[in-house]
Every structure is written in C-alpha cells, then in structure tokens.
Design a protein around this ligand. Structure first.
Ligand SMILES: Cc1ncc(COP(=O)(O)O)c(C=O)c1O
Length: 489
C-alpha cells in the first residue's frame, strides 16, 4: 500500500521523527485502521526518497510504543489492540492535538481567574517595564553554582528522603535570624513555614481561614494573585480603598471578618506605605472584628528613602498577623521559595495544610538558600542590588521628566515599580500601553500589571505601572524616549 506522509526536508525535526509522527497521527485519527497493512521499509524508503535505515528506526519506535506490530514474513500492521482512549484523539490543525469529548465542562469545579505573571507579548518587546522583576544580570550565579555543588556532595539521602514539609531546619532558622534585624520581627524558627512563593502562602492562608461566604477584606486596588485565590475559596470580598497613606482604615467594615490581606510596606499596586497611626488602628480593628491580617511583604527589601520600616508583624501586640515574605523579588521568581510566619496557635494546622498541598519544597533549593543566607552572601547581594535599583528608579524619574515635563508619580520610596498618573493631554492608560507596545516598549495598566481594581476603571484609567528593576539605565531612557516620540507622530 501507499502511505501519504507529510514530510519536509526543511523542517527542523529529524526525518525519522517526522515519519513516526505522521504515521502515529494517521493511526490516532482513524485514517489508518486497526490491522491496516503498512508498506515495507524498502518500499517506503523508495517512495519518500529517504534512507531505509531512517524508516526502520521510525517503525521500531512505532512498534516499541505499540502503535504498530510486525508479523514475521507477513509484514507490518496497525496494532488491532490499541486502547480505546488513544483513538479518541483527533487532529485539529497541523500542531495541536485535542482530546475529543474528554472534558465535560460541568464537571470542572474550578471557575477562577488567573493573575498576570508577565506580558504575553513580551517576545515582541525591545524594552519591558514589567513590574517587580529582579535584574537577571544581578542573579548571584557563581556563588549559587558553588553552593549547589557543595550541597550535592553531601549525603544522597537528602535527595531521596522526604523532609519536614514546613521546611528544612537550617532555612527556617536562617530566615528567623534574618527577620529580626531586617524586619523587626522576633520569632522562633518553629513559626516559619517554607512555601512555594507568596502564592503558596496565600493558598495556605485561604485553606486555613476561608469558607464559602467568609468575609475577607482586601485593599482596593490590590494584587490579583491574592484576590483571585480568595474568590476561588468562596470568600465574600470587601474591598477597602487606599490613598496616599495606604489602606483607609476608617472604611474598614465592623462586621465579623476572617482575614484582611494587606501590603503595608509598599501597597500593591499604588506604592503607598501604610502610616504608623493607620498600622496601629488596623491592628486594633483586627482584634475588634476577630480577623487575622495577612501581611504581604513582597518587595520590602527595597526601601529607597529613609530607613526600613518595621513590618506590621513586628508591631503586633495581639498575635493576629500572618506574615509572608518571598525571595521572588530579592533573588528571583524562578526559585519559588517564600515563607510564612504564623502565630504559635496556627503552626500545626499550617504544617498540616502544607503537607497536604505538596509534601514540602525541594530540599536542594532550600539547602542552597540557607547557605546563601548563613554565609552572609544574601546580605551582600541585597546591598548591591539596592544600589542598582535606586539608580534605575532615578533614571526612570529623570527620563519621564525629560520627555513628559512635570509628571505626577507615586510609589517612589521603595519597591521595584512606580505609578505614573497620566496628565489629561495624554491618552488613557490602555491606549498609551498599545502605542508603546507598537514601538516595542512594554508598559502596564493596573489590570495588565497584575492589579485588580474591582471595576473601578474610571479612576484608574489614567495610571500606568512602570517596573524599573530589570532594565539598565540606558534602556530606561531609550524606552521612555521611544514612547514620547511615538506620541509626537
Ligand atoms: C503583591 C505581590 N505579592 C507577592 C508577589 C510574589 O509572588 P511569589 O512569591 O508567589 O512569586 C507578587 C509578585 O508579583 C506581588 O506583586
């Protein structure tokens, strides 16, 4: 028989792989039926004008994966005993396979939304002002490599055993020791639970405290990654507006509230720092309504003006703050390590949830990070990147003033991004984002920058988020200049 196969010499897949795939597709789509006979390797090699050995190797793989079988001296045939499930796959276009009838959408309980983690068009951008991305050039690759090699020389059992799901002891101790001077939080390492970034902490806190209809307070606007998880757990969300001093305490509800999610050091996305008097009132309010406060201290390592502020958890006399920190901003989001500091009465339940969720974080990453902190390399790294980020923030402010005159900016005191309040003569944020993207520059509206504004678009349509930490000063200047030029034409 003749087989019509889709083979291209110019394709960057090997001929053998293309032949294998092409026959496999025909079997799965039902074009080649059970027991259908395939041409001999010699015939097919002549037909396709490729070496016989290539065909033999492709057939061998099809045999090994049970798509076809060879009957001695008779020939090669499509396997008559292919499982039913593998035959329900059909081809929708040249590249995508979709399972037919596999999904009944009523069965899927998850109906949630997902936060933005980066710009989906980033490959088309020359300069990307994405928010909260650490500088890739500053990743401490040499010391990280060395520490990793050292750790791998230790007992292999570290890689084969389960470890404490709450985190390895060295790292929990290193974090507790770091938090005392850095954030003014005096805790035992027992209270420190290692998680998969802040996102892990948000999920654990939600499992801990949110049920269908539970009242949860969030800032408005706030971080998508938090509010979408609360929503998904069935929370009844009570958004409270923020102003230049952070959360408006006078707007907090006086009804039973299980959880209040806040970003006091550098409000996400607006960048305000919660004033001391508001911090005290927030803690009193939490006691009054019986709420736990989930403090997200995501980018507090970067305080550009003045000395670092004590975290809310360090000012809490009532023991109602669940603190969460992350290494996503200070080292890199690829590491996926964060931590929670929970009040003593929550330690065991938090550990139980963490065990159910993932049996613990990877040992190697935790062990290397613990050494990175304990050798003093982390403090050095922070000192170095703080200087880099301050220069970049200053370059961004300078470039905006140079090309747009008297601009209104907020969130300058710390963190890794600022908010640019667009003047009336400029296009609204979504239009400006598009204009910038057309000239290869990524800038962000609140929504595209992973913030959620509860539909308060009218207020926020003149705000642009600009991250500066991952872009060199020259590129920052060039990026802003390109946007200004695009507006002139
Ligand atoms: C407000 C806020 N919290 C936390 C995070 C970090 O999340 P993770 O630690 O899961 O990487 C981000 C990242 O952008 C953020 O903006």
């Amino acid at each position: 028989m003749q087989l019509s196969l889709n083979i291209e010499l110019s394709n960057n897949q090997s001929l053998q792989k293309q032949i294998f795939e092409s026959i496999r597709q025909q079997i799965l789509s039902g074009q080649l039926k059970a027991n259908a006979s395939l041409p001999s390797t010699r015939l097919l090699s002549e037909q396709l004008n490729v070496s016989r050995n290539t065909i033999v190797l492709a057939y061998d793989r099809l045999i090994a994966e049970d798509y076809i079988c060879s009957r001695k001296t008779i020939g090669t045939f499509v396997n008559p005993k292919l499982p039913e499930s593998s035959l329900t796959i059909f081809k929708t276009d040249n590249n995508n396979l979709v399972k037919k009838n596999a999904i009944n959408s009523d069965q899927i309980v998850f109906k949630g939304r997902v936060q933005a983690l980066n710009n989906p068009n980033r490959s088309k951008l020359d300069i990307d002002f994405w928010v909260g991305r650490p500088d890739p050039e500053s990743f401490p690759i040499n010391i990280w490599r060395q520490l990793t090699i050292n750790k791998l020389r230790s007992s292999g059992a570290n890689m084969t055993e389960y470890h404490n799901p709450a985190g390895i002891l060295e790292l929990r101790k290193a974090i507790a020791d770091h938090l005392r001077p850095a954030r003014g939080i005096d805790v035992s390492h027992e209270q420190v639970i290692i998680v998969n970034g802040s996102q892990g902490a948000i999920n654990i806190a939600s499992r801990l405290l949110i049920d269908k209809g539970t009242q949860v307070v969030t800032e408005c606007p706030c971080y998508q990654g938090a509010v979408y998880v609360f929503e998904n757990h069935g929370a009844c969300i009570h958004p409270v507006n923020v102003d230049q001093n952070g959360l408006k305490i006078s707007d907090l509800p006086h009804t039973p509230t299980s959880l209040a999610y806040v970003t006091p050091s550098h409000q996400y996305p607006m960048g305000a720092t919660l004033s001391l008097s508001r911090r005290i009132r927030l803690l009193d309010w939490a006691r009054e309504v019986g709420a736990y406060i989930l403090e997200d201290d995501y980018d507090s390592d970067f305080r550009h003006n003045g000395s670092p502020l004590t975290a809310l958890a360090g000012q809490d006399p009532h023991g109602c703050v669940i603190y969460m920190g992350t290494f996503s901003k200070s080292i890199g989001a690829g590491l996926r390590i964060g931590y929670m500091v929970v009040p003593p009465e929550l330690i065991e339940t938090t550990k139980a949830i963490k065990t159910l969720m993932d049996n613990g974080n990877a040992w190697l990453d935790q062990a290397v990070l613990a050494d990175f902190i304990n050798t003093g390399a982390y403090t050095k790294h922070l000192r170095r990147i703080r200087r880099v980020y301050i220069s970049r923030r200053d370059a961004l402010i300078e470039a905006l003033h140079k090309h747009f005159g008297d601009v209104s900016l907020s969130g300058l005191e710390g963190g890794m991004h600022i908010i640019w309040h667009l003047a009336e003569h400029l296009p609204i944020a979504s239009k400006l984002k598009k204009i910038a993207e057309d000239v290869g520059i990524g800038i962000y509206t609140l929504e595209s920058g992973a913030a959620y504004d509860f539909g308060n678009r009218a207020n926020n349509r003149r705000m642009i988020m600009l991250g500066y930490s991952s872009i060199s000063e020259d590129k920052i200047h060039e990026g802003i200049k390109r946007i200004a030029n695009a507006l002139k034409v």
